[in-house]
Design a protein around this ligand. Structure first.
Ligand SMILES: Nc1ncnc2c1ncn2[C@@H]1O[C@H](COP(=O)(O)OP(=O)(O)OP(=O)(O)O)[C@@H](O)[C@H]1O
Ligand SMILES: [Mg+2]
Length: 422
């Protein structure tokens, strides 16, 4: 066979080696899901190329501006008294220098930071290299490395490589920090939305608790004079027990819904989830002359879902349906059924039908947009326009879909489809 390659192509140059190492690093850091792991990976890469054995990587505190925390370290003895402190403020001379120059600082260079700090100063940090992670003009963190060689000793190529690692590390750190920010604000929005639906339901729930309490009170008041009436005691104690169970269930439902728990997928029966949401709504619907009807398919396949989140999505749809019917009465019909999607795939569908005012065709395209609402201050409750947006997000995160059909003046049907287990 003829070899078409050029002879020099078979000789790995220093540059080719750098490129390979860099490519590996860049390919990997994009996939790292958490800040501590990413920090660990960046520090390891820097240590390798700076020929250092000890290093400390600091990241900016997300809540307290101007404070950097030790996030990961590699050292032969973590309790070493000469190890740098666990937190460093922006006012520390070394950090200030990094923020100002945004360049690698080394012990031997002319604008060396710790040259200004005497060995006897409490601010002194025994460090060979300090490498800043800067993105969009922000010092996101820095690494402090300790080694015997100085930066000029291992040449321009290595210095450039350290710079590239630091720069790409900074971009990845920034992406992950922004993602985390986005995630926590999404969490906060969802939590606020959950508490808002509870606020909407609160009146009904209070009423729902007051009723059984009245019957319990009546029983207690009548018992002394009818204590010998076995039939009365037998019958009424059954009623009271049922009432206590109702109160207990309501409290459990409310607490379960309001509690903030980490997202978790569990195998659930959709019918139970639907019933549990409707239980919370019952009193509110009743007080408005709205009938709640359930047509739940028996032996519905179970689905893997985050119960709390699916409840949140459903409650948003149920509350919207009640709002659309207002005080004019009507019917909220909730149906579930299984769908065979072929190829051994199953799904469950939940139809939520109301006889409310409906949605004008022109508005249908906007109802899932964030902050789109027609419930302004003048109406009974002021809307945020986040209910459907969040419901849509939650269903999508469950690989499901949500569709709507509406006839103005007649009513609306929302259909949720979720993948189910066989
Ligand atoms: N079942 C429904 N019938 C009629 N209109 C609806 C129905 N569901 C939603 N809408 C319309 O879609 C809009 C957006 O609903 P969404 O739940 O996102 O916000 P909202 O209900 O206005 O506010 P919030 O959920 O914070 O109370 C509503 O303002 C309403 O105009
Ligand atoms: Mg709503």
């Amino acid at each position: 066979m003829t070899d078409f390659s050029f002879p020099h192509m078979n000789m790995p140059s220093k540059t080719t080696e750098f490129i390979h190492q860099l490519r590996d690093f860049l390919e990997n850091i994009g996939r790292i899901p958490t800040l501590p792991l990413l920090a660990e990976r960046i520090l390891a890469e820097l240590l390798t190329h700076a020929h250092s054995l000890q290093g400390w990587l600091y990241l900016l505190d997300q809540e307290q501006a101007g404070l950097y925390h030790l996030t990961t370290e590699q050292s032969d003895n973590p309790d070493n008294p000469s190890a740098p402190p666990r937190t460093l403020p922006l006012s520390h001379p070394l950090v200030r220098e990094l923020a100002r120059h945004r360049e690698i600082l080394d012990r031997f260079s002319p604008h060396d930071a710790d040259a200004h700090i005497g060995v006897d100063s409490p601010d002194f940090i025994d460090c060979s290299l300090a490498i800043p992670f800067v993105n969009r003009g922000r010092l996101l963190g820095f690494a402090i490395l300790r080694s015997d060689s100085n930066i000029s000793a291992f040449g321009q190529e290595n210095t450039d490589l350290l710079r590239i690692i630091a720069q790409s590390g900074a971009i990845s750190l920034d992406c992950l920090l922004s993602y985390n920010d986005l995630h926590s604000s999404q969490e906060l929005t969802r939590r606020t939305d959950r508490l808002r639906s509870l606020e909407t339901l609160a009146g009904g729930v209070a009423h729902e608790i007051r009723n059984p309490l009245t019957s319990i009170k009546t029983f207690i008041q009548l018992t002394p004079e009818r204590k010998d009436d076995a039939e009365f005691i037998q019958e009424f104690s059954q009623v009271v027990l049922g009432d206590v169970h109702r109160i207990e269930r309501l409290i459990d439902e409310i607490l379960g819904y309001a509690r903030s728990i980490d997202p978790q997928l569990t195998e659930e029966d959709i019918n139970t989830v639907v019933s549990s949401c409707l239980y919370l709504l019952d009193a509110k619907a009743c007080s408005r002359g709205i009938t709640i009807q359930k047509e739940l398919a028996p032996e519905l396949p179970r689905a893997m879902l985050d119960q709390q989140q699916i409840k949140q999505a459903m409650l948003n749809l149920f509350v919207n349906a009640l709002d659309a019917m207002g005080d004019r009465g009507g019917t909220l019909l909730v149906k579930t059924h299984a769908v065979d999607r072929g190829e051994n795939r199953m799904a469950v569908q939940i139809d939520i039908e109301d006889t409310g005012h409906g949605i004008p065709a022109a508005d249908l395209d906007h109802i899932f947009d964030p902050f789109y609402t027609t419930k302004h201050k003048s109406s009974e409750h002021e809307g945020t326009g986040l209910g459907l947006f969040i419901a849509h997000q939650i269903i999508r995160e469950h690989q499901g879909t949500i569709h709507v059909r509406s006839t103005e003046g007649a009513g609306t049907v929302f259909r949720i489809t979720l993948p189910a287990l066989r």
